[in-house]
Design a protein around this ligand. Structure first.
Ligand code: ADP
Length: 161
């Protein structure tokens, strides 16, 4: 069985993330979406790990081969523990590339059994990130095209000032 991991902070999950998760679910037997604490963004999260996992569960309930988890630690160790063969990342633009390239090389150094696979962002979501959702919603803008319907109200309740 080919297992892939989709890691991220998902603070909160966006339509761009969901698009990558759906496309990954067609390529692998099982996809584990793992919510991780980003050391660079620590203590800056708007949602707890549990809330972020719950959001992803609600948006992926129709995808039979997708499950959700959370992990604090090295992704390379998590991949080993889950016997995953791939780490799937979404690439939006050249600006994502340098950091993703560095992470991919680090992860294969730490765990030679796991390949990083990049899925290019769909054109309609190229601009979209969790930070954009926070900024737009924080100033009262409409984010209904940015986050899945299943979580829209919860996201607005937390982020609207
Ligand atoms: P962000 O905070 O930038 O939204 P995450 O750490 O939650 O990012 O992202 C997890 C993964 O999803 C990363 O590989 C990131 O490049 C990818 N990703 C984020 N937004 C999109 C998008 N709109 N389209 C495709 N991939 C995306």
């Amino acid at each position: 069985m080919k297992i892939a991991i989709c890691p991220g902070s998902f603070d909160p999950v966006t339509n761009g993330h969901l698009d990558v998760i759906k496309r990954a679910s067609k390529l692998f037997d099982k996809v584990i979406v793992v919510v991780m604490e980003n050391i660079k963004k620590k203590n800056q999260s708007s949602f707890t790990l549990e809330e972020r996992m719950d959001f992803i569960n609600r948006c992926t309930k129709d995808l039979d081969n997708v499950e959700t988890d959370s992990y604090v630690g090295l992704l390379a160790d998590y991949a080993k523990m889950k016997e995953a063969t791939a780490i799937v990342k979404g690439l939006r633009a050249v600006s994502d590339f340098e950091d993703e390239f560095q992470q991919a090389l680090t992860n294969i150094k730490l765990n030679p059994d796991v390949e990083t696979v990049f899925i290019t962002a769909s054109s309609e979501y190229m601009y979209l990130s969790s930070s954009v959702v926070k900024q737009v919603c924080g100033y009262g803008g409409n984010v209904s095209d940015f986050v899945p319907n299943e979580i829209l109200r919860d996201v607005e309740n937390r982020l609207k000032r």
